[in-house]
Design a protein. Structure first.
Length: 398
């Protein structure tokens, strides 16, 4: 009945003066109606189509890239008439960069260069996800392609085997109210922080279905995901990738972010990597970077870790302005010296100190070797940028 009335009313109003008040009011009603409609995937209906036999000679390849924001991913699919045995066999593709903040309409095509293949947990079978770099028309890396220089730095420092483990924090949102945290009361707040970190049970953990589905999807896709946990703020979670040598951890983090959005989409739940989604007495979200080299993780490595601290202190400002995609503006809201963060203005480090810029784990101090944890990167950081900076500062003395 409501749909019919809405349709009849819209037809009548559309014949009136363009942009009149009644027409605008009806458009508001329409948008509210859409917002009140549950948009999660209909798994039962979709299963009928996913069960259709796909020709053995075809592969659906979903090409995935980082857009002009430096923090969001885009994707589109294509059919291949062969089963690729390596990423080198995959064709380059292109997309409209003027629609992703990466070019202008007069010269809009940006190339997609495949760099890593993952099994596709959504389509399954022999279908694949393809992580891509973005390339300009003249075959140079696009300005948003931070992977290219990251790989260059890692290759220079390859003998030291730079190893990364990344801790991705994020928050879940109500899919129908994008500014509302999942499970939070409308117009209000949940109980204060305390019971949510690694919490178990109703009223303590919100959105666990998404976390479990995402965990399995990452494992299926051969992402080196090493764990998950609920975080300090209600509806805040974390997953970890690595430790792995070289660019693998950064690649895996971007693909894990993509899968998180896709999984949450099926549940009509939103995901935000905003470093401080809620003001007030609530923890922000970071992406702590654990870093080690052969020398750090060998006997006597604590001395090498201490030497790294001096280098990081010297380059603190350079790191800070690159540890979120907005030149440090996002971290200004997060790195306040409160809620388990350091001051943005001053570099600090300490053993087991979660209020320091860099934490040396207690187990590392006890053994005398291991790794360091850089706690400064924001949750929406580009892992290629962070990994490159750590290598250039600590290993290459740049």
């Amino acid at each position: 009945m409501f749909r019919s009335a809405l349709k009849i009313g819209w037809i009548g109003l559309s014949r009136g003066p363009k942009g009149n008040g009644a027409q605008k009011a009806l458009m508001v009603i329409q948008s509210r109606f859409i917002a009140d409609t549950r948009l999660e995937s209909n798994a039962t209906v979709l299963a009928n189509y996913r069960s259709l036999k796909q020709p053995d000679s075809t592969v659906i390849a979903e090409y995935i890239w980082i857009d002009g924001s430096g923090e969001n991913v885009r994707s589109k699919g294509r059919t291949l008439n062969f089963v690729p045995k390596s990423v080198q066999e995959l064709p380059r593709w292109n997309f409209d960069g003027s629609s992703t903040g990466q070019s202008v309409g007069e010269n809009s095509d940006i190339y997609l260069k495949p760099v890593r293949i993952y099994p596709d947990p959504m389509r399954q079978g022999q279908n694949i996800l393809v992580l891509c770099e973005t390339i300009n028309y003249d075959n140079t890396p696009h300005v948003t392609n931070k992977r290219h220089t990251c790989v260059e730095a890692l290759e220079k420092a390859a003998a030291e085997e730079p190893t990364f483990g990344l801790e991705q924090e994020y928050s879940l949102l109500d899919g129908n109210e994008p500014n509302k945290m999942l499970g939070w009361p409308t117009g209000g707040f949940p109980a204060p922080q305390g019971p949510y970190y690694c919490g178990v049970g109703a009223g303590k953990a919100f959105g666990r279905d998404v976390i479990e589905a995402h965990y399995r999807a990452c494992l299926y896709s051969n992402i080196e995901i090493s764990g998950v946990n609920a975080e300090v703020m209600a509806s805040q979670w974390e997953f970890q990738v690595g430790p792995t040598i070289g660019v693998r951890a950064a690649d895996d983090l971007w693909m894990a972010r993509y899968l998180l959005h896709r999984v949450a989409e099926d549940f009509n739940i939103g995901v935000t990597f905003d470093p401080k989604p809620m003001t007030g007495d609530w923890n922000g979200a970071g992406c702590h970077a654990n870093f080690s080299t052969i020398a750090m993780s060998s006997k006597g490595g604590m001395k090498v870790i201490e030497e790294a601290m001096a280098k990081l202190a010297k380059n603190h400002h350079k790191h800070i302005i690159n540890y979120d995609p907005k030149g440090g503006q996002d971290n200004t809201r997060r790195l306040t010296g409160k809620h388990e963060t350091s001051s943005m203005e001053k570099f600090s480090y300490g053993v087991a100190h979660r209020g320091a810029s860099v934490r040396i784990p207690r187990s590392v101090a006890d053994k005398g070797y291991g790794y360091l944890e850089d706690r400064r990167p924001a949750s929406n950081m580009d892992p290629y940028v962070v990994c490159e900076l750590l290598v250039r500062t600590i290993c290459l003395d740049e």
